[in-house]
Design a protein around this ligand. Structure first.
Ligand SMILES: [Zn+2]
Ligand SMILES: [Zn+2]
Length: 359
């Protein structure tokens, strides 16, 4: 096993009191040792994603982190390879690498063969079933680790691993075309603000929906043609329809997680419009759908997409390398990881929260 200055322990943000009153503490944990097919990555940055908060709150209908003896969430990491398992030949020490929500896949089923490996039965989640990117040194299967291209710094690459590639995947699956109206409820958030940039780069006409002046300014700067502030506008759906030629959007990408965002999305679409479900509300708190009369009358389509595949992640990183996708980050030093998590939980973040492991 080739190695490079790997310490015995490393700092990690760990969840304490998993459940509704959780908090995060930073402590020293053992550095993991790569298996034959793994790489060991020393992370420089990790994004903080709302899914991490779901896992720590334990409010999704899935087994808790503690079931898997995992204490560190996180799935948006970027850094450098520092050790290789004995079988690994496709990576070198010092290569830049990132980890994304899916930890691996079987590569031997229909889903894997068709680029939908994130739905594979054997695709576990890092930061849930395996220690995640709140831990500075993490393992990743060599075959499922993403390369970070030139020109994309780690503070950008981290958030693209989940948020950027997730919304790229949704945009791709929506089938929207250049000139079509794409609306983003939650446009000023971690996933939404990357969706705005990608949709604009793909030639779509973009409308942001979110609350407050800071988010409005961010959305307009990133390429929205119009912004609807739900704190000010009484009937948000009506206003979106008015903006989109009086007919409604071709696609509504729900990156927000509230029941109201999901409830109003079908009302924003035009005939044959699509509601793309991206944001994860706590289990049992929201419904994506509408009265069947609306489905029939509008040929309404409601589609969910999960996190990005290997290919989606590569494509999202290419947009970043070309200067067309630039995550807006608020960077916290490692010692303030607990505050960073609290801030995201409060919903008061424009863009993405990222933690710097070297600060
Ligand atoms: Zn995520
Ligand atoms: Zn598979």
């Amino acid at each position: 096993m080739a190695v490079l200055q790997v310490p015995k322990t490393c700092p990690a943000g760990v969840v304490v009191n998993e459940g509704p009153d959780f908090h995060v503490e930073v402590e020293e944990v053992p550095v993991p040792v790569p298996g034959p097919n793994d790489v060991l990555i020393r992370l420089n940055a990790t994004g903080i994603c709302y899914s991490d908060i779901h896992y720590m709150l334990n409010d999704l209908p899935i087994p808790a982190m503690s079931t898997f003896s995992v204490r560190s969430p996180g799935h948006e990491g970027a850094g450098v390879i520092v050790a290789l398992g004995s079988n690994v030949t496709n990576w070198k020490i010092g290569d830049r690498a990132g980890i994304k929500p899916a930890y691996d896949a079987c590569f031997n089923c229909e889903l894997c063969w068709t680029g939908r490996e994130t739905y594979c039965d054997e695709s576990p989640q890092i930061g849930l079933q395996f220690p995640g990117s709140y831990q500075q040194y993490v393992l990743s299967p060599a075959r499922y680790t993403s390369r970070i291209p030139e020109g994309v710094d780690d503070f950008s690459a981290g958030p693209i691993m989940c948020s950027g590639s997730t919304i790229y995947c949704s945009l791709k699956e929506s089938g929207l075309r250049p000139g079509d109206w794409a609306v983003f409820p939650g446009a000023g958030g971690g996933v939404g603000h990357m969706g705005v940039q990608l949709a604009k780069a793909m030639g779509m006409r973009v409308v942001g929906v979110d609350g407050g002046e800071e988010k409005r300014a961010l959305c307009m700067k990133l390429g929205c043609e119009a912004f609807v502030d739900f704190e000010k506008v009484k009937d948000v759906a009506e206003e979106v329809v008015r903006i989109c030629d009086g007919k409604g959007a071709h696609g509504v990408f729900v990156t927000a997680t509230s029941a109201s965002a999901y409830a109003s999305a079908p009302l924003m679409t035009r005939i044959s419009g699509k509601v793309m479900c991206v944001g994860l509300p706590p289990a049992g708190t929201a419904i994506a759908g509408a009265d069947p009369l609306l489905f029939v009358g509008k040929n309404l389509q409601i589609i969910g997409t999960k996190v990005g595949s290997l290919l989606d992640t590569e494509r999202a990183l290419e947009f970043a390398a070309r200067g067309l996708l630039k995550p807006i980050c608020e960077v916290f030093p490692l010692a303030q990881m607990p505050e960073a998590v609290k801030k995201l939980q409060s919903g008061k973040v424009a863009g993405r929260v990222v933690v710097d492991f070297n600060a």
